[in-house]
Every structure is written in structure tokens, then in C-alpha cells.
Design a protein around this ligand. Structure first.
Ligand SMILES: *[C@@H]1O[C@H](CO)[C@@H](O)[C@H](O)[C@H]1NC(C)=O
Length: 423
């Protein structure tokens, strides 16, 4: 077989030589020699380029990623997006193999209505802090920047460098910007780094909660991203159960409690019975679609209160209608929620903060962390850091600790400002 191939090739070469033959030819062995030298130079050149790439990889330089960024930026042409979807990249996106979170301590469910909500408690032996970041909306560059500012990744924006840290993202990775899938891939790359290093995996965690823009029923996606990922069909495939992205979204919980903090995209209304809706994994649709549900509600941003919501407030405070402001009413709700769930605070994204900063409201019981990180919402950089050591002291000790050392109480808030001011 090999001989056949070889002779066929030789024949081809002879043919092409004959075709190329010209009357005024230089001595054939000299031209062969020249060809040989050119070939050798090319090989050496290719070898050097490969060496350079290998070196970059070894030193974690970001060249390949930047090239990728530039390429995807150049490739995307918004105007063509609707005319020829799927022409450019109509193939399955190679995603890294995803491993599900298997933390036994996480599997204590709260709320029967919300089967995908988890509680983690008693973990301050393992972790020192929580870093929580809000809505990312398809902006990979800003996401990397915020991670680097929080000291989670190195200055090349690649390697996980912190320790004893829980990183929480509160949803809305998708839509608005065009790199939602890239952001997920980046998260998975970080997860793989943790999994690969026993010293890190034991003391670091990456957690997600679902945002309304990840709602499978609505397929929220930026036009450029849709185009890049093969149009409607390609996107449908990406969101399907058989794809890593679709699979990931289906196992992302609605809410999490980590020690004394509740993380949820939009907020949990204390009247949980009003929010009771069905969860149906079978038809691949999360039916948490209610406008007051935990990934949608605007009850936890008083400036977004609609007339109807204000009417509700008036109904509820019938005895003294005008004395309750929207903000006060909101804080009453928050108070009820945190009491019901036995937490000290609720941390939400979802509502872009007009000052581009993390805002602590309702005596620290409500923290809004959607600072508008993405370019679409203003390129603001802000996140929250919670010190688990000072927050997770058994109740009696906590009271003493607060009395003797008031500065400790404020530690999380100080960190907060430090980070959110870096914009
Ligand atoms: C992370 O912290 C743990 C516990 O303190 C320690 O055992 C481990 O060596 C640290 N890992 C790294 C990479 O520093």
C-alpha cells in the first residue's frame, strides 16, 4: 500500500516537472539544491514558531487568547448576522469536559418549592472568604479584569492564585455582550485548575446561581454571539441537554446560602407561597417565570417599583398608607426574608446600580452587586468580599465579639468599598 502511494506521488511529481520544464533551464541539480534549502529553511522556521508558542504556553502568556479575542472580534459582523446565520461556525463548540459540583455539604436543600437551592454551613475551617460578583452579560474582558482585581487570577488573567476562597457568581452571564459561552469556558478552566491541584481543590470553590438571562425558555442571546455560534439552530444545540452549556444551566441552582449569606439573582420574596411555581426538568424548561420569582422580581430595587407594585404596598400597609416609602417597604420585605431563611443578608444582582457601585441597604440586610460590569452597562468594576472568619461565629459569641470589637463587624463592608472603588 505504501509503495503504491509513493509511486503515485512520484508520478505526479514527474508530471509536474515535465509541465514546468522550460527550454532555458539551469542545471537541474542546482535547482534541486535550491529547493532543498528553501524546504529546510521553512521547516526550521515552523519549528521556531512552534517553540515560541510552546514557551508562551509554558509561561502562561496570553497570546493565544488575545489572538482568539481579536479573531472573534474581527469575525463578527453584526450586519450579516441576520442574513447568513451559521455560515461561519456551524459546528459543535469544543467545550472542556464539565464536572458537576459534588460537594456533599452543599446538598442540603432549602425550600421545597425550590429544589435547586443549596445551603453550605460550617465551612469556615476550609475557607476564609467569599467573593461575589454580579451580572457579567457576555463581557469576558471585564470579567477577567474583575477577577484579577479581586486577586483571584494572576496578572496574565489565567491562573487561579488565591486560596481558601469561595467565588460566587449570581447569574446573568448571558446576553448583551457576545462572549457568554467564553465566560462559561473561562469559569470551567478555573474549575479544572482547582480540580487538578489537590491543595487548591480542597480549599476553593466556584459557585453559580441562575439569572433570568440564563432562563432556557427565552434563549436570551446577543445577535453577534448567535451568529458566531451558528444561528438559531446552533444556539438551540448549545442550550440542549447534550451540550455542556445546556447541561450546566440545568444544574445551576436558583439560590444558595453560604454561611449567613443568601445569594440569589433577583431576590426571594418572603411570601414564598405566592411564588410557588413548578419546576419541570423534563421539558427542559425552568418554569420560574413569575415576575416576582427569584430570578425576575424587582421587589428588591425600590427605584424600579412599578405603579402596580406601589399599589400592592399601599394595600399591605392599609393602616398608614403614606407613611411607608418604597425603600422602607422593600427593607421590610428583606427583613422577613432573611429571618425566614435564617441568614443575615441577601445578596442580589439583577438591578443595575445607577452609581456603578455595590450598594448596601436595609442595615446591611440587602446588598446589590450588579454594578454594571459589562461594557453594555457601563464598564464598572465592583464586587463584594465577605470575611467568613468574622461572619461565622456562633450566635452568643457573635454578640460578644461585636461588643468588644466593633471594627470587626464592618470588615466585610470595608472590603466592599475597597473593591468597588477601583473603577
Ligand atoms: C491553601 O490552604 C490550605 C489550608 O490552609 C493549605 O493546606 C494549602 O497548602 C494552600 N494551598 C496553596 C496552593 O497555597
Amino acid at each position: 500500500m505504501t509503495i503504491l502511494t509513493f509511486s503515485a506521488r512520484q508520478g505526479d511529481e514527474e508530471n509536474s516537472l515535465k509541465k514546468a520544464a522550460k527550454p532555458a533551464q539551469s542545471p537541474s541539480h542546482q535547482s534541486n539544491k535550491r529547493r532543498y534549502i528553501t524546504l529546510r529553511c521553512s521547516l526550521i522556521f515552523i519549528f521556531l514558531v512552534l517553540c515560541l508558542l510552546a514557551l508562551c504556553q509554558a509561561f502562561n502568556l496570553n497570546i493565544i487568547n488575545s489572538v482568539h479575542d481579536i479573531l472573534s472580534f474581527v469575525r463578527v459582523k453584526p450586519k450579516e448576522a441576520k442574513e447568513t446565520p451559521g455560515q461561519v461556525e456551524n459546528k459543535k463548540v469544543p467545550l472542556p469536559k464539565l464536572q458537576l459540583e459534588k460537594n456533599p455539604k452543599e446538598n442540603k436543600k432549602f425550600f421545597q418549592n425550590y429544589p435547586e437551592a443549596y445551603v453550605m454551613k460550617g465551612i469556615s475551617q476550609k475557607y476564609d472568604r467569599i467573593i461575589a460578583i454580579g451580572d457579567l452579560h457576555g463581557d469576558l474582558r471585564q470579567f477577567r479584569k474583575i477577577l484579577s482585581l479581586c486577586g483571584v487570577v494572576d496578572k496574565n488573567l489565567r491562573r487561579w492564585i488565591t486560596n481558601r476562597t469561595i467565588l460566587v457568581q449570581t447569574g446573568d452571564i448571558f446576553d448583551r455582550g457576545s462572549q457568554s459561552v467564553e465566560i462559561l469556558e473561562y469559569f470551567w478552566d478555573l474549575r479544572h485548575q482547582l480540580q487538578a491541584d489537590p491543595e487548591l481543590s480542597e480549599h476553593n470553590l466556584i459557585l453559580h446561581t441562575l439569572g433570568n438571562h440564563e432562563h432556557l425558555k427565552y434563549h436570551y442571546v446577543n445577535d453577534n454571539e448567535l451568529y458566531k455560534r451558528g444561528g438559531e439552530e446552533g444556539w438551540k444545540n448549545i442550550l440542549s441537554l447534550s451540550h455542556n452549556v445546556g447541561y450546566f444551566l440545568r444544574q445551576t441552582p436558583i439560590a444558595r446560602i453560604v454561611e449567613s449569606s443568601l445569594f440569589v439573582h433577583a431576590g426571594i420574596h418572603p411570601e414564598i407561597s405566592l411564588l410557588r411555581e413548578k419546576y419541570s426538568p423534563d421539558n427542559n424548561v425552568l418554569l420560574l417565570t413569575g415576575e416576582n420569582g427569584p430570578i425576575w422580581t424587582r421587589y428588591f430595587e425600590s427605584k424600579f417599583y412599578t405603579e402596580r407594585m406601589v399599589e400592592d404596598i399601599s394595600d399591605l400597609s392599609e393602616t398608614n398608607k403614606k407613611s411607608v416609602s418604597n425603600e422602607e417597604y422593600m427593607c421590610q420585605l428583606v427583613e422577613q426574608t432573611v429571618q425566614k431563611l435564617g441568614v443575615s443578608r441577601m445578596i442580589i444582582g439583577h438591578n443595575p446600580q445607577s452609581d456603578g457601585k455595590v450598594n448596601v441597604r436595609c442595615n446591611g440586610q440587602l446588598i446589590s452587586i450588579d454594578v454594571g460590569i459589562s461594557a453594555f452597562y457601563g464598564n464598572n468594576l465592583g464586587a463584594i468580599e465577605i470575611d467568613l472568619k468574622t461572619d461565622n461565629i456562633p450566635k452568643k459569641k457573635k454578640i460578644t465579639a461585636l461588643k468588644t470589637d466593633k471594627s470587626k463587624k464592618k470588615t466585610p463592608q470595608k472590603n466592599l468599598n475597597k473593591i468597588s472603588q477601583q473603577n
